[in-house]
Design a protein around this ligand. Sequence first.
Ligand code: HAX
Length: 441
Amino acid sequence: MAKLKDKLAEKIEIQRLRIDHLMKEHSQVVVDQVTIGKIIGGMRGLKCLLTDISYLDPYEGIRYRGYTLPEVFEKLPKPKGAEMPYVEGLIYLLFTGDIPTLPEVLDVADDINKRRILPRYVYEVIDAFPCCSHPMTIFSAAIMTLQRESFFAKKYQAGISKADYWDPMYEDVMNMLAKLPEIATYIYAKLYRDGNRIQSNPFLDMGGNFAHMMGKASPYDDVSRLHFIIHADHESGNVSAHTGHLVASTLADVYLATAAMVNGLAGPLHGLANQEVLRWLQEVMDKMDGRIPSEEEMKQFVWETLNSGHVIPGYGHAVLRKTDPRYSIQRDFSLKHMADDPIFKYAGLPYKVVPPILMEQGKAKNPWPNLDAQTGVIQWHYGVREYDFYTVLFAVGRSIGIAVNLVWDRALNFSLERPKSLTTDMLEAIANGEDLHIPDE
Ligand code: HAX
């Protein structure tokens, strides 16, 4: 058994006791209130999900297993000569809550390496997609095709004890995480490089191999490590994480749950925002006949976008109330490696003008940039200019946190998710103080 799986098994035993205790002794303790505003307003801020993989503080940003992102980057082991840590180290951290040693990371890397090979039919499915299909659609479908490989589905059919659910789930997760970079880079090759696929290099780590398969030289390996690490998790309430958890709560396997989460990520208010940022910036450039707009021209364009009923992509957040630290980390990387890049300088312009305009408009609760405002700028600089592909990059990273959560969901036997809906008549009656006597369960 891989060392990570041994460690995980130990952690699961401890965590099961804590969850059992909470359920037995404190299940009636009130945590939050469900108001009509929350029911109609997308349950924003409702505290009703449980995860220990990450926690998002509105003013501080994300912590993975209690560590801020700068701490994660500082503490996780790095490949020789690399600026960014092994993604495999992050996988270990998210699973166990412990910072791994280098040998522990290399053990995970070795395990992932052995699981990378894609069945031929995945390539065939990708090849069969009609022209102009969005890469996220292809990515989701390619993951779905792998569902026939699910250990969990087979074990469940054969009959398996609830206490052991997490084990085949873990195997599915590791298999899938190993294969996602292969799928993503093949989609890239198929759509944008005439199908010229670059074979995986088994001697490289996940980030290094991704850069290699994308056909990009260093420091794109560090860009990939950085990208996958900062996108890996954002607690459980965002649409992609929640969708993955919801679907898997039916005991659907990792492939079904991940394809569903990818579909959620593909919406413009969520992960697709990273391509929208670049599309939007290009639109301004086109209007200016390729000229960088002045500050005044940019302001005018921001207002035009708002007045046409569109949001400014890359700005605002449902939870964060300050500049996203994932944005700042990418900006710092950009300042170090590509400070003179025209698109980087140009992307700095919205950072100057958008927040004051959103504040003046007075609608957005958070006028500051989120991570999507900077992602595409870095990718563009390193030659990945097909911005439709950016959300696939996001999805490869985000799958890590979601998949780890799914193993824990099975380990802790989290229930089928099934909240209760009411009708408008009922809400009006409740608003008027009527007691409807709706049974709880
Ligand atoms: N541009 C224009 N208007 C915005 C805005 C923005 N960037 N951000 C919020 N608003 C508007 C909302 O549309 C909403 O308007 P209405 O009252 O007319 O519906 C109002 O301000 C209040 O919204 P909010 O409470 O501040 O924000 P929400 O929690 O409803 O939505 C979003 C959060 C991220 C969806 C929102 O800020 C947005 O649409 N941003 C632009 C798209 C984007 O960058 N998405 C990526 C977010 C990060 C992420 O999840 N990545 O995957």
